[in-house]
Design a protein around this ligand. Structure first.
Ligand code: SAH
Length: 351
């Protein structure tokens, strides 16, 4: 029998396991607590009877991923981890240290099938979805390694979270558990390339997380140049889904806009973007493109970025330019993994 990842279970799942093994219900809470403290095995769960620990370790493993590589930015302390999962898959997560607390950028899939032109994570397509426990594992391992509390989670690493919907929702509920990591839902951000049905489903979950939508263009033609998903959903439909999200949750949405030289960084783009977002409860996050090798897209110079920002400000759109974190360590998601996969190809498949 293949062992299951104990971190994939929520409290209700654990209660069922206890029930099946004729154990008192409260044990589920104790085990959940131990798991999210980041134990390396059931043997560490000293308050749990030995027999039960042995039984659990026959059926489950406690799945923290292995750190393959860690890069720390000399500029700002950003720590980027390359992690190996139980099946050998490689994923990344990034710990960003701000004065108001630490944020972990979590991956939701191995690879991605959305195909955005500028993104390193999607180059090799989707390998597989991550399970809830594999997402929790990213938090546990980076917390253990840095010894720091993680107060904010952004699901903005590799993968499209709404393409792995059920696992991502389960993950969010698990980390919100008081007995577990107890991360407030308002401290969780989910970033999507704009899957309209997924946004609508999320609106109905009753989870007040921050929705962040990657727009990267102010009209369909520009968006299509960068994001294949724009062929499926018109920009107007995406904005309407944002409106529904806002009216159901009362939450402000974030609009992400990666500035790509001569593709979407002109003054006319800024004017169109302001027009499109007029009246929407949103905040625009401008991200100067993080150039990925071999793609041929460039970032505009800072003057152009600031000019774009000013155009939005003048039109009453709240906007910030994303502070660049870890520029010296290949900041953009997927680049560390992509580098490793390239190396592995050269070495005949060995990473
Ligand atoms: N699939 C989700 C989340 C992952 S990407 C999404 O599309 O939102 C997180 C953010 O980083 C997205 O806005 C994405 O478009 C952006 N991004 C990816 N590669 C980038 C790069 N090379 N430069 C700048 N932003 C990038």
């Amino acid at each position: 029998m293949r062992k299951e990842n104990a971190l994939d279970m929520n409290l209700a799942d654990l209660e069922k396991v206890m029930f099946d093994h004729h154990q008192p219900k409260y044990r589920a809470g104790q085990i959940f607590q131990w798991l999210h403290r980041g134990v390396r095995g059931f043997h560490e769960m000293s308050s749990i009877p030995l027999q039960l620990r042995e039984m659990l370790s026959e059926q489950f493993y406690t799945g923290m991923p292995e750190i393959v590589e860690k890069q720390v930015s000399k500029l700002d302390g950003t720590a980027k981890y390359l992690l190996r999962l139980i099946d050998g898959s490689l994923i990344e997560c990034v710990m960003l240290t701000y004065c108001h607390g630490n944020t972990l950028c979590v991956s939701s899939q191995v690879g991605c099938r959305m195909g955005c032109l500028f993104c390193a994570s999607t180059k090799g397509g989707l390998v597989r979805h991550l399970t809830p426990g594999e997402m929790v594992g990213q938090i546990l391992v980076s917390r253990e390694d840095t010894g720091e509390r993680i107060s904010n989670i952004v699901i903005m690493g590799s993968g499209e979270p709404l393409d792995n919907y059920n696992n991502v929702i389960k993950f969010i509920r698990i980390i919100n558990q008081e007995k577990g990591l107890n991360i407030g839902l308002r401290h969780v951000t989910l970033s999507t390339c704009g899957l309209v049905e997924g946004i609508d489903r999320l609106s109905a979950e009753g989870l007040p997380v921050t929705l962040s939508v990657s727009l990267h263009g102010a009209d369909d033609e520009t968006r299509k140049k960068l994001m294949p998903v724009a062929k499926k959903y018109k920009i107007k439909e995406v904005i309407k889904a944002c409106e529904r999200y806002i009216s159901r949750t009362g939450r402000r949405v974030t609009i992400e806009y990666a500035l790509v030289k001569e593709i979407n960084d002109g003054e006319e783009d800024a004017v169109r973007l302001a027009e499109l977002l007029k009246g929407l409860l949103c905040h625009v996050n401008l991200i100067p493109l993080n150039p990925v090798r071999g793609i041929g897209l460039e970032r505009p110079d800072m003057q152009k970025v600031n000019n774009f920002k000013e155009m939005l400000v003048q039109r009453g759109i709240p906007v910030t330019v994303r502070r660049e974190m870890g520029r010296d360590i290949n900041g953009a998601c997927g680049q560390l993994r992509a580098g490793h996969l390239e190396l592995s190809e050269k070495n005949g498949g060995k990473v």
